[in-house]
Design a protein around this ligand. Structure first.
Ligand code: URA
Length: 186
C-alpha cells in the first residue's frame, strides 16, 4: 500500500463516524495495487469480508475474480477494490444514507490516492453515489461517464449476476470489456 493509503487505513480502523462501527469485526478498507489504473467500488462488506478484513472474498468476490481473469486478463492484485461503506451492515442489510455519507470521504480520498483512469462501480449504491443520481443500475449501465478526469463504468453487482443469471452476467462482461478498452486509451 502507498503511505497515503496505509495512513487512511489506520485512520479508518478506529473510525466511529457511524453506527456500523458497533458490530464490525474488521474495517474492510480496500485491497489491491496502490497505484492501480482500474478501481472497483462495491457496496459494503459481507460476513466473510467482515471476518477477514478483505473486500470481495465471498461468493460475489469469487465471481469478480473470475470476470477479472476472463474479461481483463488480470488478477485482483493488479487493480484496487473497495466499497462504499467499509464496515458490514448487520444481516447484510442495505447501507443507510447516513452511513454512506459518513464513509464517503474515505472513498473519495482513496480514489485520489490510487488515481485510477477507470472506476468501475458495482451495483446501485456505488453507481448512484459517484454519479450523484437516483437512476438505477439497469438504466445507467452500458456506457461510460466522465468522472473528473477519469472514466466511470457502472455495472451490475456480482451478487445480481449470481441471482439473476445469464443476461446480467453478459451485461457485466460487456461493461468490463468497455472498461478494458477505456484503460487502453488513457
Ligand atoms: N459485496 C460487496 O459489495 N462488497 C464486498 O466486499 C463483498 C460483497
Amino acid at each position: 500500500m502507498s503511505t497515503t493509503l496505509e495512513l487512511m487505513a489506520v485512520e479508518a480502523d478506529s473510525c466511529t463516524l457511524c453506527g456500523l462501527a458497533a458490530d464490525r469485526s474488521s474495517v474492510v478498507f480496500g485491497a489491491g495495487h496502490p497505484e492501480a489504473d482500474l478501481m472497483f467500488v462495491g457496496e459494503g462488506p459481507g460476513a466473510e469480508e467482515n471476518r477477514l478484513g478483505i473486500p470481495f472474498v465471498g461468493r460475489s468476490g469469487k465471481l469478480l475474480d473470475r470476470l477479472l481473469d476472463e474479461e481483463l486478463g488480470i488478477d485482483r492484485g493488479s487493480c484496487y477494490i473497495t466499497n462504499v461503506v467499509k464496515c458490514r451492515p448487520p444481516d447484510n442489510r442495505d447501507p443507510r444514507p447516513d452511513e454512506i455519507a459518513a464513509c464517503r470521504p474515505y472513498l473519495e480520498r482513496q480514489i485520489l490516492a490510487v488515481n485510477p483512469s477507470v472506476v468501475v462501480t458495482l451495483g446501485n449504491f456505488s453507481s448512484r453515489l459517484l454519479l450523484e443520481t437516483d437512476t438505477g443500475i439497469t438504466k445507467l449501465r452500458g456506457q461510460a461517464y466522465p468522472y473528473g478526469d477519469r472514466q466511470l463504468v457502472p455495472t451490475f453487482h456480482p451478487a445480481a449476476a449470481l441471482r439473476g443469471g445469464a443476461n446480467v452476467l453478459a451485461g457485466m462482461r460487456s461493461d468490463l470489456a468497455q472498461a478494458k478498452m477505456l484503460m487502453g486509451q488513457a
